[in-house]
Design a protein around this ligand. Structure first.
Ligand SMILES: *Cc1c(COP(=O)(O)O)cnc(C)c1O
Length: 443
């Protein structure tokens, strides 16, 4: 990239670094692992982004998931505009909350009741509190490489930004908190069984990403006809513990019913259910929304009826629910078919380009979600994800950016397509891929 072409972003970044830690409000945006200056974005439409220097990019980040209908989708923008004209926030019940929650209850079978919050982090934090209250136990089990937001108890060996920066967890988390979290290797049924045999009576809940996508995409595997999530539900239930399925990223993306639509009773996984589920990203259509829900008896523990306190000044915000509802309205079967088509076509293009250039890689999927690992062997957990050639990824990333394709700036993230990723848009990506693949190969 010639310095002149990113002068405006560089100037903004240097101003930002003076007053915002590392110049960003979420770590991965700082380009820490790939280096360079992040483009400062000024507008977006469909699958395209525009930066402060007037450059245009095809977007494969999609704000990390929410922009599933493409940026500035007309129906979504119009719904938000209309809602804004009626008032920005009431701090009191409003009709949009009811409609949005009804939509989720209608789509996702295990969700009988749901409460709206403002982020995925709040959702997992609150679900954990409910699980501990319901069981009267303290210990939570999570899997290495799974990211559940920046909740103290859940930062140990998390993926996403924590993977990107190779931090073991986080400073500022108390030993007492860390002591109540047990981290196991993802997919390791023997380790789960052994832990429950030893400490089953202390365990409040197991929390897992329904399909891990924050260490790259590592789908849950089926063994003897039983998927990993179902195994977790059965093992937890046998010990009086709960399963929290984190669908913040997969929810309403992997299918109409999220990943549960793939490995639950509406998919091929048989009759099982998590006790609590968490949502975010798509549910807010680009505005700050998270949600947690599940069994009615568990959700009944929440204040004011129950003893578990949880609240939010802006929770159920009318603009946010309008954006979520308009996004759900656009997510019909045709939209999911479109996402699948775009994802499959893009995977093929990337696989061909990397293959031709002789770059070791493996593409892994969970529904239309996919990621590219720069190594030969399939990845089944965090150790494998970390054993990829991140330098090859960095070269690939910068060549793609230079060519006008905006990828996640980390080798540990999923790539996100939207219904706006038409064949013409994929064509533009195809133009850039061969040179980027050669850059990755180091030739
Ligand atoms: C993004 C994410 C979160 C955190 O959501 P925020 O809105 O960023 O707080 C939690 N869990 C999963 C699986 C996620 O992908």
């Amino acid at each position: 990239m010639t310095p002149a072409s990113s002068a405006a972003s560089a100037d903004l970044f240097s101003r930002a670094q003076q007053v915002i830690p590392s110049g960003v409000n979420s770590p991965v945006r700082a380009f820490g692992s790939v280096g360079g200056t992040p483009p400062f974005l000024t507008s977006a439409k469909g699958a395209l982004l525009h930066d402060a220097d007037g450059r245009e990019y095809v977007d494969l980040v999609g704000s990390w998931g929410p922009m599933i209908l493409g940026h500035a989708n007309e129906q979504v923008v119009e719904a938000v505009r209309e809602a804004a004209g009626r008032g920005l926030s009431f701090g009191a019940p409003q009709p949009g909350e009811v409609s949005l929650v009804e939509e989720v209850v209608d789509r996702v079978r295990p969700v009988e009741q749901l409460r709206l919050v403002n982020s995925g982090t709040e959702a997992t934090m609150s679900a954990l509190r409910v699980a501990r209250a319901a069981t009267g136990r303290d210990v939570v089990v999570k899997f290495a490489g799974c990211y559940h937001g920046h909740v103290d108890a859940l930062l140990a060996e998390a993926g996403s930004g924590v993977a990107t920066f190779a931090m073991p967890g986080s400073a500022g988390v108390t030993t007492a908190t860390a002591r109540d979290t047990v981290v196991l290797p993802y997919g390791d049924r023997e380790a789960v069984t052994a832990l429950f045999a030893e400490r089953g009576e202390e365990i409040a809940a197991v929390i897992t990403e329904a399909a891990p996508a924050n260490m790259g995409v590592v789908p849950p595997l089926v063994r003897d006809g039983v998927g990993f999530n179902r195994f977790l539900a059965e093992t937890a239930h046998a010990a009086g513990a709960l399963l929290i399925s984190d669908e913040v990223l997969t929810g309403f993306r992997a299918s109409r019913e999220g990943y549960y639509g793939i490995d639950g009773p509406h998919g091929s996984g048989g009759d099982w259910a998590p006790d609590l589920m968490t949502f975010g990203k798509v549910i807010g259509g680009g505005l700050p929304v998270g949600a947690f829900g599940g069994r009615r008896d568990l959700m009944g523990l929440l204040a004011p009826a129950g003893p578990v306190y949880q609240a939010g000044t802006l929770s159920g915000n009318p603009l946010a629910t309008a954006a979520g509802l308009a996004t759900f309205a656009g997510l019909d079967e045709a939209a999911y078919a479109q996402l699948d088509t775009a994802s499959t076509a893009l995977q093929q293009l990337v696989g061909e380009a990397l293959g031709t250039a002789g770059v070791p890689h493996v593409i892994q999927t969970a529904g239309s979600l996919f990621s590219v690992f720069f190594r030969e062997e399939p990845v089944t957990g965090y150790e494998g994800a970390k054993a990829q050639d991140t330098e090859a990824f960095t070269r690939f990333f910068h060549a793609m950016l230079e060519g006008g394709v905006h990828l996640p700036p980390s080798a540990f993230e999923a790539w996100f397509v939207s219904t706006a990723h038409t064949p013409e848009i994929l064509d533009r990506i195809a133009q850039v891929l061969p040179a980027a693949a050669r850059a990755a190969a180091g030739s």
